[in-house]
Ligand binder design. Structure first.
Ligand code: ZN
Length: 76
């Protein structure tokens, strides 16, 4: 029964008897339209992570530049 559970699509809660029919459904317009908002949400989450990482790297860069400048001042 475990295998058939994985052939239930969450977009319509319909049980697909074979992997082939399930796959065919997944490439249908009805499924793609259902999936679209979830994909956008995933992309937004990934974009936020990248923005956060970018901000962290920018702060780190400023910190390192300040350290380099202070070292340059102390070296003859
Ligand atoms: Zn579906």
């Amino acid at each position: 029964m475990e295998i058939s559970q994985s052939l239930v699509c969450p977009c319509n809660n319909k049980l697909y008897k074979t992997a082939a029919t399930f796959k065919a459904h997944q490439s249908s317009n009805i499924h793609i339209v259902w999936e679209y908002p979830q994909k956008i949400k995933d992309l937004e989450i990934r974009a936020t992570r990248v923005e956060n990482e970018n901000g962290h790297l920018r702060r780190l860069n400023i910190l390192l530049m300040e350290k380099i400048q202070s070292l340059e001042k102390t070296c003859p």
